[in-house]
Each structure stands twice: as C-alpha cells, then as structure tokens.
Design a protein around this ligand. Structure first.
Ligand code: GLC
Length: 749
C-alpha cells in the first residue's frame, strides 16, 4: 500500500476497529475517519444502521430477485437508508439526495452506486473483449471516460472492476472479467481503479471503485453461476487473489462480497475473507457491500435460520452494507438489545461507510456529482473515436486464408442475427448505454463499402428465449450469397447470453446458425465468420468451414466501425486471446497455466499411454491464451537472457527481437512466460510475467527488453507464505503462450 503513513491516527483506528496490524492510511483518509467519528456521536443506533442499508428505487434497474418493496422516501427521511443502487441520472440522484439533506434529522448524504462495468453512456467492449487488447493504458482510459459520464449522471460509485479470474467459459460472467491469467488480470484491475478514482476521489468527475466479487466467484463449480466455490487456500492465493490485491493496492475504497460460499462459508458471512484476510492481512480500510440480497440468501445457503441470524453473521464477518436485503435495519436494534451484536461493532461498520462519503466530498457538496451538464459529458466525439479504436484492438483474428482484408469495391453478403443488432453489440451490463447510439456492422459496412455493395439479411434470430431460423431466412441468405463476392456471416451468441445467470453447458454456436453456415458453405463463396460472443466457445465447426474468423466479441457502441475498419484493412487486427478457446467443452477448465502433473502428455494433440490426456480428443485448446493473428507477420528471434543469475530482490532481464516481416504495419503483443522448474509447491507449466504491445512498420525490427522483478516470481508456499525462492527458471518469449524461443536463468539467495 503506497500511502503516507500516519501512525498516531492509524493506531487509534486500529484500537477502534480491532485490526491487529497497521493498515497504512493517507492523511486524507484519516481526516475522513475523524470526521466520521465526530458525526457518529450525534447519531442514534437506528441512524447508524440506516447507513448500512442500500435500497433500490422503483425506477431502478433490478439486477436480482425483486427486493422488499419499501416506502423509500420515508426511509430516507427517517435515516433508515444510506445508499441507493441503479439510479442512472442526475435528476433522480439529486431528488433522492435532496430528501436526505433537507428532510432527514442529520442531513447525511446518500451514496449512489451503479453497475458501470464497461461504460456508462458510451459502451466499450465487454471487459473480456477489452482485455484482449492487452492495452492497459486504453483500459484505464475507458474507465476514466466511464467515470466522467457516470459522475455527470449523479453516480458516485461503480460496482467495478470485476476481478474474478475464470477458466470456465460455461460461466457467463466470464464476459465481465479479464480472462484466465492472474498477472494480466491484476494489471487490468489496477488500471480500472485508477481510471475510476483518479487522483482525487472528491473531484466531480471521479467515482469510487468496487473490487468484486470477493471472492473467487469465477470458480463456480460446473461453470454454473452462484454455484459452490471450494478450493485450497493455496490455489486461491496463487491464482484468484492477485487481481483483488492489485485493485486494493490501486486504492479501491469499496469491495463487494460474492454470492458463492467459499471454503464452506458464504462470502457475505465469511469473517476469514472479509476481516482476517481483507483487513488484517491486506490492510483494506474502506467498506464492503454485499452482492444483491446476498446477506438474506445465507438463509438459503443454510448457515442462517432467519434474517436476524443472517444480519448477525454478516455484521460479525465485517460486512458493512446490505444490498437490498433489509436485514440490518430490520434486526440491528434487536441484536444489540439481545447482546448478540455490540453497538461498537455497528459503529465500526458505520464509520467505514461514512468515511467513504466524506472522501467523495459528499458532505461538502451532496450535489457535486451531476453538477456539470450531463449531456455535455455524454458521447463526446473524441471518446466515441476512442471507443472505436479500443473496440478494434479488442477483436481477435483467429483464422484468415487471405480473404481478408476485402477490396473496397467488394460486393458483400452480410448475413446473420448480429449484423444489425444495436442492443446485442453492447453486451451485458450495458449501464445506460443506448442501443439507438450504437453503430452496427451493417451501418458501418454500408458506409465503408457503399450501400449498394452490402446485401443484408438476418436469416436467424438468437436471444432470450429465441434461437431459430426465420421463415425463408436461409433461402434468402443463399440468394444474396450467390449475388456477392464474399459472405460476412455474423453469428455467435447474443448480448443476453453474457453476464449474470446465463451459464451454458454447451459452447457451440447455436444449431440454427450452424444450419445457416452449412447452407452458405454449399454456395462455394468465401465465408468470413464475424463471431459475436461474451465467452470462449467451441468453434471447431466454424473454423473448419469458414475461410476467416474474426472474433468481434460484444464490442460496444462503436462495434460496427471497428469491424468495418478491420475487414476493409484500414485497421490491422491486433487482439490476442486472454482466455483459451477450448477444442471441446469436455476439456473445460482448460487454460495455459495448468500444472504439469506427474504424467504430462508428451504431445498436446494425441493421447499417449499412461499420460494425463484424453483418448478421444486432443489436450490442447483450439486456440491458446495469447493467440491472435494479424494482416502482417511477426518473427521472434534471438532471445537473450541478459541476467543469467539474479539475486533475490533483483530484476530478471530478457530481450527478444521482433521483426515485422510482412508488407504492412501492425501491432503485436510480445509476451514473456516463465516456469519455476523446482518449487516448494507444484507450479504452472508457464506463467505470464511480462508483455509489451508494440507497433512495427513493414520490415521494422525491434529489440524488446522485458524486466521481471523477482518479487513477480513469488508464489504461495505450503505454509501460505507468498514469496519467491532461489532456483532454476525457464523463460519463453513470443506471440502467444505456446512461444518456443526459450532461455534459462537462476535466482540466487
Ligand atoms: C448483481 C451482480 C453484481 C452487481 C449487483 C448490483 O447481482 O452480481 O455484479 O454489481 O448485483 O447490480
């Protein structure tokens, strides 16, 4: 934690909050706590409990089972609620705030939280897509833009970044994260916190971030959302914890507890998670909000007999704010009267919430957010242009036999359910993104190639409760294909299929769309598949039958221009996968950083006796982590280990030459992987430890120098210590996780 240390204040806080080790705290934060303590001296127990409640308004976007219906205005006047979620405009935000400020006894401001996950009005590519840009600065900037549009809407706080590592694309929320790798996930999580919170949390264009879903929500068994998460603490610390830590170290002031049980206890009642680990070990000093109704759902989990039990369990776990459940305000006074909860504990929970409100500047000016003209903040041209650029960098070229890029006078048959789908291209958690502002593939391609050169038909429908060929759709598609030079086939999954509670056991493209592909294949025309999806899929069939496959993801408001830029060749695709695309769902979880086992398969593509392999399919995924093609070619050569021996605490330096041997400029992502050959616990066969996105002109060669501090080689030991050891390491560099250029180095004591 890089913060100014204020021992006196921090020590006093420790006494107050019962933390054992000293979380370092900035002066600004310590001031906020002091002001909170002063205010609390005036508050009744019920008013303190009110600060621990978050409700939804009737106009709110409901993102879970309907919560308890309440008279929210009288709750505000009585000081029985301190926060609202899913209030997306300044009028509603200020209306609620006015009641709190002018009509409640102490005039404590509300904090308004929303799911600003990949944009507020301008919607950027879903987070998994954006992670494939490997462009950390761009991801931070997207969060900055989202924060500006949100703050202008009277929003104070976003429930983002989602830091959940996942290796299971059956889990639909994989779309919201940064894929399977902890190193990249950590870089991205920290970048998003910086983008949201900026350097001054009280500024009118920065908002509070929220590290979610704490913890390990992405490891749900069988890829089924909300399912049990049960793993060793070692695996948790090694693979799932790093992105949460990175977001906290970047200064995130709130955390959200996850729905799942974790090592047998639901996260919202899990004191080891929310207090011992989060506060005592990691030094977190902000507040924790539950996920939607997750406190009350501990009854269903079977660890609470009723709402009162659930409230007691969550409060004792150090969960500050109950999202829509209502058990804190319902039972908090009784729990204190019965001696089951101390008022001091409630003081601690309340203090941490108030401190964030002070840090946001809400007590100085409750209307600060939304003070500027919100319409001026929305859809700024420079931000729309940025959204187009980052959408293009997120797309991944998976196959191309040379059919792409298309000549400008190409006659295109544009076919499929997502070619003109302004809502689907926004994906899940689209904030207040307006589909009418989307520019679709069809609109952008007509603009780029001429309306007369784009023959369009939808042919299939796919979305919530619908998955079918439209009447005569295939016949029409075949007819247009025969009139065209090339088919652009826009298939995959709808925006509805991404996000919460949309787990799928099958990862193949829906059958009606496969039927469409087969019919078009028979025309003999070249086919380019434009794959819309929020998750990795089993696309063996499409890769076999198409001449090119461009993974467009759900790329947001400017998805259309980004696709037109790429298929026309104006932009050279540069995305690289951050999640493995399985050869079959039967492999899942399949990820590059798996462990070797004692009997590794000698060949990833065919079974060998007595080895950890399948007899019916290959071990290797269809496309590995890090993979992505370009319209040019990059050659990697001459890997040099510049520091063959490094002392613990030093920095490993490795260089590699990258040359653009093609005929046009392009971006590539040079990646560095290591293997700890002999460690105290089993280690992955490869681990990403550095990368660099670089632009090379045709013929240009560059030497990329990677620097890896030995602290980045730390791993979890069997005693749960997280540290690097002396020992031998292998290092690879290249354009994906199958990089072959290799070298060795030693870490010495
Ligand atoms: C949802 C999601 C969470 C979201 C919250 C508020 O159930 O799990 O990610 O932030 O509720 O909408």
């Amino acid at each position: 934690m890089k913060r100014l240390f204020t021992p006196i204040i921090t020590a006093l806080l420790l006494l107050a909050t019962g933390c054992s080790n000293a979380p370092t705290m900035s002066q600004e934060e310590a001031d906020a706590y002091r002001r909170a303590d002063k205010l609390m001296k005036k508050m009744t127990l019920r008013e303190k409990l009110g600060q621990l409640e978050q409700f939804i308004t009737r106009k709110g976007v409901v993102t879970g089972p309907e919560g308890v219906k309440r008279d929210i205005e009288s709750a505000i006047r009585n000081g029985e609620v301190g926060s609202f979620l899913s209030v997306f405009n300044r009028e509603d935000s200020h209306r609620l705030q006015k009641i709190a400020i002018e009509e409640s006894r102490l005039g404590i401001p509300l904090i308004i939280g929303c799911d600003i996950i990949h944009g507020c009005r301008i919607i950027f590519p879903e987070n998994l897509a954006m992670s494939c840009s490997w462009n950390i600065e761009a991801i931070e900037h997207s969060a900055r833009i989202a924060a500006e549009e949100s703050a202008a809407s009277g929003i104070h706080w976003t429930f983002s970044p989602m830091c959940d590592i996942s290796t299971d694309p059956r889990w639909s929320r994989v779309s919201e994260g940064a894929g399977e790798d902890p190193y990249l996930g950590a870089k991205i999580a920290a970048a998003m916190v910086r983008g949201y919170q900026g350097d001054d949390l009280s500024a009118p264009n920065t908002i509070a971030a929220c590290v979610k879903h704490f913890a390990a929500y992405g490891a749900a068994q069988a890829g089924r959302d909300y399912h049990t998460v049960d793993m060793s603490e070692l695996m948790f610390r090694d693979r799932y914890l790093p992105p949460y830590i990175a977001a906290l170290e970047a200064g995130a002031v709130t955390v959200m507890s996850s729905f799942n049980d974790f090592m047998g206890v639901p996260a919202s009642g899990n004191r080891w998670l929310l207090h011992t680990l989060l506060r005592e070990e990691l030094g977190f000093t902000g507040f924790v909000v539950s996920d939607w109704n997750a406190v009350h759902e501990m009854i269903i989990h079977g660890v609470a007999a009723d709402g009162k039990d659930a409230a007691e369990l969550a409060m004792k776990a150090h969960l500050n704010m109950d999202m829509v459940g209502g058990d804190y305000i319902a039972y908090g006074e009784e729990l204190v009267k019965e001696g089951r909860i101390s008022e001091k504990l409630i003081d601690n929970l309340c203090r941490e919430v108030l401190a964030v409100k002070y840090r946001l500047g809400l007590f100085e000016d409750p209307y600060r957010y939304g003070s500027q003209n919100q319409n001026e903040a929305y859809y700024r041209p420079e931000n729309m242009e940025f959204a187009r650029k980052v959408a293009g960098e997120s797309m991944v070229l998976l196959k191309n036999d040379g059919v792409l890029p298309l000549a400008k006078d190409t006659k295109i048959a544009l076919i499929g359910p997502f070619a003109d789908a302004p809502k689907d291209q926004l994906g899940a958690w689209r904030g207040k993104g307006e589909p009418e502002r989307s520019i679709t593939f069809r609109q952008a391609l007509e603009e780029r190639f001429g309306k007369q050169n784009v023959l369009y038909t939808k042919a299939c429908e796919c979305g919530k409760g619908v998955d079918r060929v439209v009447e005569g759709g295939i016949r029409e598609a075949v007819k247009l294909a025969k009139q065209a030079d090339v088919v652009l086939l826009s298939i995959g999954l709808s925006g509805w299929h991404s996000g919460e509670s949309r787990s799928r056991a099958e990862l193949t493209v829906p059958a009606p769309q496969q039927e469409l592909l087969d019919a078009l294949k028979k025309t003999g025309k070249k086919i380019v598949v434009l794959l819309s999806t929020g998750r990795a899929m089993d696309i063996r069939n499409e890769v076999e039958k198409a001449d090119a496959v461009l993974l467009t993801w759900h790329a947001g408001t400017m998805a259309g221009p980004a696709v037109a830029d790429i298929v026309s060749g104006d932009t050279n695709p540069s995305g690289h996968l951050t999640i493995s695309f399985p050869y079959s769902v039967g492999q899942v979880p399949v990820h590059y950083n798996a462990k070797t086992t004692g009997r590794p398969a000698k060949d990833q593509y065919k079974a060998s006796g007595y080895s950890s392999s399948y007899v019916d399919i290959q071990n290797a995924p269809l496309f590995p982590f890090g993979y992505g093609l370009s319209y040019t070619e990059f050659e990697y050569s001459d890997l040099q280990v510049l520091t063959p021996e490094v002392k613990l605490g030093g920095t490993v330096k490795v260089s590699v030459k990258v040359k653009n041997v093609g005929k046009r400029a392009g971006d590539d992502v040079a990646q560095l992987y290591i293997r700890d050959v002999v460690a105290e616990t089993t280690r992955p066969v490869r681990e990403l430890k550095s990368f660099e996105r670089l632009t090379l002109a045709a013929g240009e060669e560059r030497v990329v120098e990677f620097e890896v501090p030995t602290s980045d080689l730390a791993y979890c030991h069997s005693d749960m210590s997280f540290k690097a050891d002396a020992g031998d390491f292998i290092v690879w560099a290249g354009a994906d996780s199958n990089a072959t250029l290799q070298g060795e180095f030693k870490i010495v004591e």
